[in-house]
Each structure stands twice: as C-alpha cells, then as structure tokens.
Design a protein around this ligand. Sequence first.
Ligand code: ZN
Length: 439
Amino acid sequence: MAYSGYRRPPEYASKSSHSSIIKDQAVIDFIGKCTFQTRDPEDAFDNILILNQKGGGHNPIKRVMAADGGITEVAIQESFPSTTISFLRYGVSYFEMEDLMELDKLEFIGYEDIVKLDNFNSFSFVLPTKNIRLKDCENIKDSFRQVLYEHFLNADVDDYNLMDTLVWFMFRDYSPDNKRNFVSIQCPHCERNADLFKSAMKKYAFKCPHCGQTIYLTDVLKIHNAVSDDNASAIKKPLSLLLEQLLLVHYIRISLEINPNILNETLFIRDGPLAFFGDLSNLSVFMHDLFKYLLENNNLFLVGIEKSGAFVDFAHIIDPYLENGSVMLLNSDYIYKHIYYGSSDKKGYGYNTYYGCKVIFKSFKGDSYVLTVPTTARNMNDPKEEHYKNLSIILDSLTMLKSDKYDNALLPIALVNKNVSISDVPGSVILQKLAKTIE
Ligand SMILES: [Zn+2]
C-alpha cells in the first residue's frame, strides 16, 4: 500500500485515460466515418403524432391491479463450492377506485389510511441457482424445469390454477374459432424440434416423439435455455419478468371467466414494458394474439409503465418542451431516429419483443410517463389512434392514480414494489434457516 497516498481516484484516472483515447488519430479517423445523433430536443417534435389528452370524461375504471416481482439470490454454503438458491416473490396489489377517492378527500394521508388500499396476493418460487440440484434430477437444468412445472401446478388463486391459464393462453382456448391444436418446442433432452399436440397432453406433460422423454408444458416457455451446466443465475431476472406478466394473464382470465364485465372496469398495470426479451421473445406473439382478441371481442385496460431505460431518458430530455396533456404515439421510424439511432428493423421496432406500442404521455399534473399499451396492430410502423382502443381512459386513470399526497407516487406501482421487495438481510436469514431444515 506504499503508493496509495499518491494514487488518483479511479474516476479521475479513468476520465484522464478517456481524453487521451479521444485524441488518438485512429479514434478521430473512425468517428469521421460515422454518423450519430446531435439534435436539438426541439427537433423531436417534427413528424410525430401528438394528441391532446382532454381528460375529465366518463371513466369506467372501478379497480386497479398492478403486478411486479422481486428476486434475491442467497448463499446457503459460503465455502467452496459456493452454493446458492434464489427466492422470487411475485404478485398483484389491487384496490377499488372508490376507496382511493375517499382518501383523496382527506387533507393529510397517513400510513394507516394507505393500508386500506394495500391488498396483495402473491406467489413465491424457490429455484436452484448454483451448485445444487434436486435429489431425483441429474442436473440443475432439469431441477429448474421440474420446480417450474410443479410451481405452475400448485399456484392457485381460489379455484383458478396457473397451469390451466398456461393451457388457455398457449392453445388459445379463449378464442372458440381460432384454437391451436399444438405448440412447437425444441425438446430439452434430445434438442430436436417437436410439435406437442394438446390431445396427447397428460398431467400437463408430453412424451417427446423422438427420444420418448418427458416434456413439461412449462418447457414451452423456453426459460430453461438460459441455465448452464452448473448455474441458473442468468434466469433470475427473465423468470421474474415472465411470472409477473403471466400473472396478469392469469387475473385477466379469471376476470373473464367470472364475469366479462369485470374487464370493462379494471385497469391492469405492469411495472415495466409490455415485452419479452431473449429466449422468451416468442411469447410476445402469444400475448399479442390474446390481447388483440380481447380488444376486439371483449375489453381490456392494460398498460406497462417504464421507470428507466432509453425511452425514459428521452422523455426526460423533451419534457420541458411538452405541454401538459400531450400524448405522443411513437412509430418505428421515430424511435430509430430519435431514441435508438443507428438501429433499424423492417418489421418495426420491437416486432419480435413487444406486445403493445410505445406512448409518451405528459399528464395535466405535469408528470411524464413512458408507456406500452396493447393495440390491435402488431407492429409499431404506423400506430394510429384507433389502434389503441382505450387509450384516453387509461391515461385519465393514471393521472388520477398519482398524487403528491402520497409521496408523489403512482400508487399501485408503489404498493406492489413495496410488497414484492425482499429485504436482503431478513430474506437471507429466512432462506438460510430454510436451508438448514432441508439438511
Ligand atoms: Zn426429445
């Protein structure tokens, strides 16, 4: 440590080395061959459809339901080999708008008042993450496949089972005239492609037509593809994103089956964009099919809200130039010109990942939102107002849900974030105790 007193802080050293790189002739020559965005934020309003949100009309929304998930990885053995499991909690927070309106009448809102709105239903999922497997499985991938299958089998909301929702969703049972007879999959054992026919399904599983081994219906979600020989850590985030979005589908199915009118008065919110990425991206097609069907045959109020990322950064930059009540419907050309400069895809931005279109909204209260809203159009090449069936009611509801009386938070998101968060310290202690009981 003899030199420590003379060393510059790492950030300073880093910036200093960057400035010498930028002066390097090879870098100067390379930049000379490139084009990149240097526009004024005011240019962002050329050739973009900006609607004016009128607000204040009849709003049929009577309840709000928001979904989110939280996951933490815990070492159950610190010494070599490091052994970890992960604990995921995902769920929905929900309340009646009538109760929120009662709160709004109060001059001061305390914790005890908010508790009246704090209804939460959740599921937990424990997955093997590192150097651990189920006793009757040969590896971590098969262990994960089995726990995911068993989780879906056991996850019930009243009499409604999550595995049944997966069947309803994957085989399009919601659409009497357009059901699927089979789903396609790459067998997790022999890796050959197979069509799994619903008529051949037993206990939500199939026999591979090539190798004869068991393929679970949950394998069609493909999330096990990210598990390596000894480590499932890479699936923590995608698993959380998958389960919280399928949980919304589960509640939408329950609403539809109890009484379709429930869909006419419920706003479903996801904390994040309406999209699947990586191996999960094929699910966006299934989602689009479902929500297009509901928009055309029933009703649907669903919105994804982003809190970080390139779109949020962009919205922040243009915010001072946007009037309150503005609604920007973003198309692909616009996104590639202003937000993801240097990218393009003929099918349109997010064609293989999103199941909705992007909207930037600035409310009458002056809050900006980056949203995804399901539309009847599959891509974002030319989204029109008529493709967003319930946009103005969704925006009006979001405006009502945000108040400086409760920490300037969008209340359903704040509640669900709090409910799914797993404090590292207590969470770890509980899981380590759990691990000891297993031993
Ligand atoms: Zn096989």
